[in-house]
Design a binder for this molecule. Structure first.
Ligand code: V47
Length: 363
C-alpha cells in the first residue's frame, strides 16, 4: 500500500479528520480497494458488523411540480400525460397496506404542486396519524418546507411546528442535489440554492426534527463539487447534530435532460460511498439506496463503509422513471439475506435507528 494510504490510516486512527485535500486525493486515486479498506475500518469502529435496514413504504403523493429540474424524470406539468395527484383515500389505502406488511415508516415526498393548499399536507399527516399511529411519518424535504413557507407567508419554524403537530416525525434528505452553484444552475435552475437548503435544514434541526442528507452524483459535477458538498454537510452536522444518515444518490439518466450524462459506474459508486464514510466522521450512518445503486453494488458497498441498506420501499417512481433496473420492492427476508451473504449481521431498525424486535424473526 502506498505511503499516502499508510499515513492516512495512521491519521484516521489518531482521530484526525480528513481535509478537503485528502478527499480530493482519494477521488483522484485509482486504488479502490485501499479506499474501501479504510472506509470499512472506519465503519467497523462505529457499527461493528451490524447493517441496518427498515420495513417501510414510499408514497409519492403527486408528480406535479412547478420546477423543471433537468435530472428529474418523475415530474410533470398539468398538461402532461401521466400526471397524477393521490387523494387522501389513495394515500390512506397505501398506509393501510404498509401496516399490514409490518412497516414502521411511511416515506412521503412529491413535486411542488402548483395549487394544493398547505392544509392538504396538514390533513394528510393528521389523517394518517389518526389511522395508523404505529407508522413513523418521514416526509417532505427542505425544498418543500421552503415552498410551504413562501406559500403561506409563515416562517420555516412555524411551518415545521404546524406539520409536527399534525403528525410529521422526521424528514428524508432529498433536494440537496449538489450545492455548487454553477452545476446546480444547470441541473435545477428553479430549485432553492444550496445555501438555502442548508439554512432551512439548520432551522429544521433547531426545531428538534431529525433529517437525512443526500448528494446526487454522476451528472455534471466535478470531484471538487462533491467534496464541497460533503464539506458543507459536515460543517452543518458539527453545528446541529441533526443528520442521521448520508445517502449518495447515483444519477439515473433515462428520460432526463442532462446533456452527456451516462450514469454511474460501479467503481465510482463504491468510491463515493467509501469517501463519504471517511470524510463524514460525524455521521453515524452511510446508506446505500439500492434503488439507485442496484442490488449487487449495494451489497458490495457493505465492504466499503456502508452500514445501512434503506428499506423495503414497495413502490418507487423517482429512480424507476429514470431507468433504474432495481426491483420495486425488497422483502424483509431478501434484505436480510443480502446482508447475511455479505458476511454481516442484519438489524431491523425504525426510522430513528432503534432496533425493532419481532417475535420469531430472523434478524
Ligand atoms: O431529491 C431525482 C433524487 C431524490 C433522480 O432520506 C434522482 O432516507 C437519481 O431523497 N437519478 C429523492 N436520483 C430520493 C431521496 C431519498 C431516497 C431514499 C431515502 C432517502 C432518505 C431519501 O432523488 C431527489 C433527487 O436528489 N433524484 N431524480 C435521478 N434521475
Amino acid at each position: 500500500m502506498s505511503r499516502f494510504f499508510d499515513q492516512l490510516r495512521e491519521r484516521i486512527d489518531h482521530g484526525e479528520r480528513l481535509s478537503d485535500e485528502d478527499a480530493l486525493a482519494l477521488f483522484a486515486s485509482r486504488d479502490l480497494l485501499a479506499i474501501g479498506e479504510l472506509a470499512a475500518r472506519a465503519n467497523r469502529r462505529k457499527n461493528g458488523d451490524r447493517v441496518y435496514f427498515n420495513v417501510n413504504r414510499h408514497v409519492n403523493y403527486t408528480n406535479l411540480c412547478v420546477n423543471r429540474c433537468t435530472f428529474c424524470a418523475f415530474c410533470r406539468r398539468v398538461e402532461d400525460e401521466g400526471c397524477y395527484t393521490l387523494t387522501l383515500n389513495d394515500i390512506l389505502a397505501r398506509a393501510n397496506e404498509a401496516v399490514a406488511a409490518g412497516a414502521t415508516e411511511l416515506h412521503m415526498v412529491g413535486g411542488l404542486h402548483p395549487d394544493l393548499p398547505f392544509d392538504f399536507y396538514l390533513e394528510m399527516l393528521a389523517t394518517l396519524k389518526a389511522d395508523a399511529p404505529q407508522l413513523h411519518l418521514k416526509a417532505f424535504t427542505a425544498v418543500e418546507i421552503d415552498y410551504f413557507a413562501r406559500m403561506t407567508g409563515q416562517s420555516i419554524s412555524s411551518v415545521i411546528e404546524e406539520l409536527r403537530q399534525a403528525g410529521l416525525d422526521s424528514m428524508p434528505g432529498g433536494g440537496a442535489e449538489i450545492f455548487a452553484a454553477e452545476v446546480r444552475q444547470q441541473i435545477c435552475p428553479e430549485k432553492i440554492s444550496g445555501e438555502r437548503w442548508l439554512e432551512v435544514v439548520e432551522e429544521i434541526h433547531r426545531c428538534g426534527l431529525k433529517t437525512n442528507a443526500t448528494m446526487l452524483f454522476g451528472h455534471l459535477e466535478s470531484d471538487a463539487d462533491r467534496v464541497d458538498h460533503l464539506s458543507r454537510l459536515r460543517a452543518l452536522q458539527d453545528a446541529t447534530g441533526g443528520f442521521q444518515a448520508f445517502i449518495p444518490l447515483a444519477f439515473q439518466p433515462d428520460n432526463t435532460r442532462v446533456p452527456g450524462a451516462v450514469g454511474v459506474g460501479g467503481v465510482d459508486a463504491l468510491k463515493t460511498l467509501a469517501i463519504s464514510r471517511l470524510y463524514l466522521d460525524n455521521f453515524e450512518h452511510i446508506k446505500a439506496y439500492w434503488v439507485m445503486l442496484g442490488l449487487k453494488i449495494a451489497q458490495v458497498s457493505l465492504c466499503f463503509g456502508v452500514n445501512d441498506l434503506d428499506g423495503t420501499v414497495v413502490e418507487e417512481k423517482i429512480g424507476h422513471e429514470a431507468g433504474s433496473e432495481a426491483p420495486q420492492e425488497m422483502s424483509r427476508e431478501e434484505l436480510c439475506s443480502l446482508i447475511r451473504k455479505a458476511g454481516r449481521i442484519p438489524v431491523e431498525r425504525d426510522t430513528l435507528y432503534r432496533e425493532v424486535a419481532r417475535g420469531g424473526s430472523d434478524a
